[in-house]
Design a protein around this ligand. Structure first.
Ligand code: SF4
Length: 309
């Protein structure tokens, strides 16, 4: 029996299946046995990994974190942002099941492309819906010295759940960068925009700072929905307090997801909204930066230092 297979199976399972001639890549063998073994024997498979429910993989991402990135799009999201351009990731149905080791195999096929300060990013959908899978994947990345980036809305964060927080602590150990998409700084508007409150989302940056995880803030500017200067300034004032803030990505609303809504038969609330003009984007980003600056001036006057490590 090949070593790869021997490694996967306990003696009981080998006795059960009675096969001696089967070979192939480990992820394929695992998938085969997961499908064919009855539940009791399946549990005896050795080194069983968490399964990720994946929408797609992209080998050369350039907008999903620093450098060139291998991007994992996961399925599942409890938010319903009006401007979401990936509504096809909302539901778990239609996912492709993949193990962390399979994803690492795919990453290493193009290893050299990520040497420019790149790495692996998980986005979605909402990656933290599958936190157990995410932990295993990022742990494998760290073993291989791969930079890890999590692109999240923060909606799954819940500091009141002690069991869950143990998982977040494990994840923080192996996460280099979190790109936190704050959809709206005001809770009422957040509820209207995403059908979920932002209460716990706004607690997430405090946790990331405590854990020394670098953070980029992303904010999509949608005409008529998230472009009010008062809230943009408030957003800047809020994020200005965090010492782990490394960048601000103000992103223009675009309507490239429109077609997907038509295909999925979902009503698109922004059908009459025009994409954001680049000139306006620059002005709006400046308002956020003004808020950051103001907060930092106040904190520096109170004795805090914002020197980068
Ligand atoms: S959090 Fe992201 S994936 Fe989920 S609905 Fe909003 S934009 Fe779409």
């Amino acid at each position: 029996m090949p070593d790869g297979l021997r490694k996967l199976l306990s003696d009981d399972v080998i006795r059960y299946i009675g096969v001696t001639k089967i070979s192939g890549p480990e992820h394929k063998l695992r998938a085969f046995f997961r499908k064919t073994l009855p539940p009791k024997e399946r549990k005896l498979m050795q080194g069983e990994q968490m399964i990720g429910h994946i929408h797609s993989l992209e080998s050369f991402g350039t907008v999903d974190g620093p450098g060139t990135r291998f991007v994992v799009f996961v399925k599942g999201c409890p938010m319903r942002c009006a401007y979401c351009h990936n509504p096809d990731t909302w539901e778990m149905a239609g996912a492709t099941d993949m193990e962390p080791s399979y994803i690492m195999e795919q990453y290493h096929r193009n290893d050299s492309f990520y040497q420019n300060g790149g790495g692996l990013t998980v986005t979605g959908g909402e990656p933290l819906v599958q936190i157990d899978f995410l932990i295993e994947l990022f742990e494998l990345c760290k073993k291989d010295g791969v930079h890890t980036c999590l692109d999240t809305s923060g909606i799954m964060f819940n500091p009141d759940n002690a069991e869950l927080m143990k998982k977040y602590d494990r994840l923080a150990e192996v996460t280099d960068l979190v790109m936190l998409d704050i959809k709206h700084i005001d809770n009422e508007h957040h509820l209207d925009l995403c059908k979920q409150p932002n209460t716990n989302i706004l607690k997430f940056p405090f946790y990331l700072q405590e854990k020394n995880v670098d953070m980029w803030i992303r904010h999509v500017i949608v005409p008529g929905l998230t472009d009010d200067d008062k809230y943009l300034y408030d957003l800047g004032y809020f994020i200005g307090q965090f010492h782990n803030l490394r960048a601000l990505d103000a992103l223009p609303y675009h309507d490239m997801g429109k077609k997907k809504y038509e295909e999925l038969g979902i009503d698109y609330r922004l059908k009459d909204t025009k994409p954001l003009d680049t000139k306006v984007l620059i002005e709006k980003k400046k308002v956020i930066l003004d808020g950051i600056k103001k907060r930092r001036e106040e904190l520096k006057a109170a004795g805090e230092s914002f020197e980068h490590k």
